[in-house]
Write a new protein. Sequence first.
Length: 375
Amino acid sequence: MKKKNLIIFGTRPEAIKMAPLVKEFLINQDKFTTKICITAQHREMLDQVLDFFELTPDFDMDLMRPNQNLFSLTADIITGLKPILEEFKPDYVYVHGDTTTTMAASIAAFYSGAKVCHVEAGLRTFNKRAPFPEEVNRSVTGSIADYHFSPTETSKNNLLNENISSKNILVTGNTVIDALQYSITKVSSASFQDQETELVKGILNPKKRLILVTGHRRENHGQGFINICNALKQIASENQDTQIIYPVHLNPNVQKPVYDILKDVSNIHLINPISYPAFVWLMSKSYLIITDSGGVQEEAPSLGKPVLVMRDTTERPEAVDAGTVLLVGTNSEKIVSKTNKLLNDNVFYNSMSMLHNPYGDGTACSKIVEFISKL
């Protein structure tokens, strides 16, 4: 009898990291009946990823609302999943990482009697306010989950310290590397066409080195973003042979300081958020990346790109330990000095760009499928 899987996600990062797992289960249709449920906590950006990976959801909760808040979103996900879980009756429900969708779906799956499988399990900063609300989301999910797929030994040890049984934890590497390998192959093929990628190519000067910037985290709103923008302005001024491209998050708390401070800087290109394939292309063409994103910390080392992380803490210490990323927080002076060092010191640059990626080799999804097959 086939095992029934329900894979639930709601945001673009989750979709990217769960897409290769969906594909791996679909390859094994002799053993599994696998369905996709999206909450659409993010709508447009999520749809772009589904199109790119050629996936069609079986259940679309379509929950995104203007000015939605954590209270209503959490309630809507739990109540909205009830009829889906009752109809499909999955044996295993898969959630990813640390979003509100992840936390709420794990609660709903637990209520339904399904086994909860947590992909990217065990990440911790040990500060429930940073990142907010993600640190609590993943901790709650970890306490509910039956099976934990950890990207690294560090994340496994975090779970062991929370009295999770080792027999229910599998170190897999991160599924984002599986997704990245698929994506690089696809965007690099001669037949691939993507309008946003072509638009981005038209903006950039191919003779200048490229710095890719992303930033959106709640804990950086306010003075943090002002510091970041002032640093970027100084970097651009001091390195006229370099260009910065920044896909600016739509949150007004991000948009205002970014456009107020950076809109008239000639070698800084401020653009709207871009599709996943265009972003993968940008990462591949970048000289270095400045970000507060968790996923980018995992992806960039596979491309040989040094990363400066605009956070004071990270739930991904493996990359810091490996030397592929540096924490610079929102300290303007530190952002400027480390960027300039990477731009002007080849030995320092090579020491970060030629290191091994601690997040795996692109076989995470096959390891998960094999583990579930044997249960």
